[in-house]
Design a protein around this ligand. Structure first.
Ligand code: GLC
Length: 421
């Protein structure tokens, strides 16, 4: 069977009727940015079904505009923390109380160049979601995050300083983890990290998921390059869609204002010692110091000075000399690097997708090809895993993973990327 057919079969097997789960067992619900990437992959063989992925995700949007990180259409006892742990959430469908990197507007623009009706149908929802980031999560012009899970890079060493600065709640309600029942616990976040993740959830639940209060008073407040750069690009795409739909000047100016604020905030993430964009703890001001797989998203967002870009490229070339498969999620020269532990080292398909796209667009095609090639060789050798060991290409954590199949399909259909596939 061809790899293309295997990729399609993976997505069909994870289809739950209008929405796609990341993989059965470990992740049995609809995840936010997973669905955005999944829509890109499905669009290569079924545009109507791809569109359903977009609209089903937006069905979970809260009245304040937030689109949650997970939508719980059922209460699967095999998943923790499920809807009962997040408590009463204000959206139309039970959900988590935090969001995830807003890739969706970029995907919608990509899917709808010839479908203005579809574009128009979701434009306001996307606008309200982006406004939510700039209203509820912004601190002095920098869009922040209140939970490592909101960044999508759950246990990246980036979050260690923010987690070290908070205490686990002494009255944390007891719980049983399920994630380490499905996969090898040594790949997963540690117990101390998990207690702190749930401490933030408990705080949010107790304040009735008032998102502004969660940002201002919550136990954790950091700024994440993934959210920053993904939102910056998504705002550019939103503006392009506003213009193509003939939206009024006020709307276009509002989105342009977010782009300007985003560009101005980019230096917040710059670690000059390292020559890389890194996460920052907002309350202490401390910057993290590890090149990771969000650092080069500056190209995807078309942000950063020529010097910042050149130093980012130098770091990418250094790292390419250390691993067999680009791009590791954490710097292999840093002591926190662990090639199999989730966001501490493995290669992540959706990050390679965005980073390679940006590198291609901004005149670094050989590095882009290295990122695509590194992932494709791992997929060909191991299958559609959630992520991959950058030293060996072995698959890690979840098998038969939707966004891995989707990224492969999307590259396979893209003439710029096809050469490598
Ligand atoms: C993990 C990843 C997150 C992803 C989710 C579902 O939590 O860290 O980025 O969205 O799994 O695939």
């Amino acid at each position: 069977m061809s790899l293309r057919q295997k990729a399609i079969d993976t997505l069909l097997a994870n289809d739950r009727g209008g929405f796609t789960i990341p993989t059965s067992g470990l992740y049995p619900h609809q995840w936010n940015w997973d669905s955005a990437f999944v829509a890109l992959g499905i669009a290569t063989y079924d545009t109507d079904r791809a569109w359903a992925e977009v609209t089903s995700l937006l069905e979970g949007q809260w009245p304040d505009g937030m689109v949650p990180s997970i939508i719980f259409r059922s209460d699967d006892p095999d998943y923790f923390p499920g809807p009962s742990r997040w408590g009463v959430t204000p959206g139309p469908i039970p959900s988590t109380g935090v969001s995830q990197p807003p890739v969706l507007a970029t995907v919608v623009r990509h899917l709808t160049p010839d479908a203005p009706d579809r574009r128009a149908a979701v434009f306001d929802a996307l606008l309200r979601w982006h406004r939510w980031w700039h209203d509820a999560r912004s601190v002095d012009g920098v869009v922040c995050t209140v939970h490592p899970w909101e960044t999508g890079r759950d246990n990246s060493p980036d979050w260690n300083i923010g987690l070290a600065a908070m205490e686990s709640a002494p009255d944390l309600a007891p719980y049983t983890r399920m994630d380490n029942k499905h996969v090898d616990a040594t790949y997963r976040p540690t117990q101390d990290q998990y207690d702190k993740y749930l401490t933030i959830v408990q705080f949010g639940e107790r304040i009735g998921w008032d998102q502004r209060r969660l940002t201002d008073e919550g136990p954790f407040l950091m700024a994440d390059p993934t959210i920053h750069f993904v939102l910056l690009r998504a705002n550019r795409d939103l503006l392009a869609m506003a213009q193509s739909l003939g939206k009024d000047a006020e709307t276009c100016m509002e989105v342009q204002g977010w782009i300007d604020t985003g560009l101005a905030a980019t230096d917040t993430f710059w670690n000059d010692d390292l020559g890389a964009f890194c996460a920052r703890d907002i309350r202490s001001g401390a910057l993290t110091a590890g090149f990771n797989n969000s650092s080069a998203l500056c190209f995807y967002a078309d942000a950063g000075t020529p010097d910042q870009r050149a130093r980012t490229v130098a770091n990418l070339r250094r790292i390419a000399g250390k691993v067999a498969h680009m791009l590791p999620s954490w710097d292999p020269d840093d002591p926190a690097f662990e090639p199999q532990r989730y966001w501490c080292g493995p290669v992540w398909p959706q990050m390679n997708y965005m980073t390679a796209l940006g590198l291609d667009e901004q005149g670094e095609p050989d590095l882009a090809a290295q990122l695509r090639d590194g992932l494709i060789r791992a997929i060909e050798a191991s299958g559609f895993w959630e992520c991959f060991n950058p030293l060996t290409g072995a698959g890690c954590i979840g098998a038969n993973f939707s966004w891995t199949a989707a990224v492969w399909l999307s590259w396979n259909a893209d003439p710029r990327a096809r050469q490598a596939v």
